[in-house]
Design a protein around this ligand. Structure first.
Ligand SMILES: Nc1nc2c(ncn2[C@@H]2O[C@H](COP(=O)(O)OP(=O)(O)OP(=O)(O)O)[C@@H](O)[C@H]2O)c(=O)[nH]1
Length: 175
């Protein structure tokens, strides 16, 4: 079963105050860390929602400004067009994901309870995300999860989430 990894890397980083994907943790940008993490688990990796990256990039669908759902929609459409069965999505802002994340999320669809951008989607979830983005309802990750019947999975020890420079400072090595 071919698995596409997609780093959701758009958004405003308004709480961080600058582009958090390019913030460094232990000498490496959060974006590069996320790409490296997915490369271990997936057959191929894309970055969604920005242009400059070390791997192929996709624009959000149908356009930027739709939030993470626009990134997921683009990744699912790409996966469907290129023969992938499932997509593993993560943000740039959750370093320290467990080594067995894909096993914990299988079978798809499933998402991490406190971080729903971290999720395993079957490619046919593209229909549901398209319907949500084209509809009048909430454009939320939880709306997508409910629509496709995704399970909420709790990770042991919770999930690091970097929203502010303080969040980053708390997990960065001291010295
Ligand atoms: N492709 C894509 N990714 C997004 C978008 N919005 C957020 N993300 C990503 O989703 C993850 C979680 O983002 P958030 O922290 O909730 O949102 P943010 O806009 O980056 O930050 P805030 O402005 O502080 O809410 C991060 O990896 C973001 O890069 C979007 O519109 N498109």
């Amino acid at each position: 079963m071919r698995l596409l990894g997609a780093v959701l890397a758009g958004g405003l980083s308004s709480r961080f105050g600058s582009d958090k994907a390019l913030a460094a943790l232990d000498g490496q940008t959060l974006l590069d860390r996320a790409v490296e993490r997915l490369a271990v688990w997936c057959d191929s990796v894309v970055v969604v929602g920005r242009e400059a990256a070390s791997v192929p990039t996709l624009p959000d669908w149908p356009r930027p400004g739709m939030g993470p759902l626009g990134g997921i929609a683009a990744a699912l459409r790409h996966a469907s067009d290129h023969g992938f069965a499932e997509v593993l999505t993560i943000g740039v802002d959750s370093p320290g994901l467990p080594d067995d994340l894909p096993e914990r999320l299988a079978p798809a669809p499933a998402y991490v309870a406190d971080q729903p951008v971290i999720a395993l989607w079957p490619v046919n979830a593209a229909e549901a995300v398209t319907a949500i983005l084209e509809g009048d309802g909430r454009h939320s990750m939880i709306a997508l999860a409910e629509r496709v019947g995704a399970r909420a999975v709790r990770l042991p020890g919770g999930t690091a989430n970097i929203n502010t420079p303080g969040d980053l400072a708390r997990i960065a090595p001291r010295g």
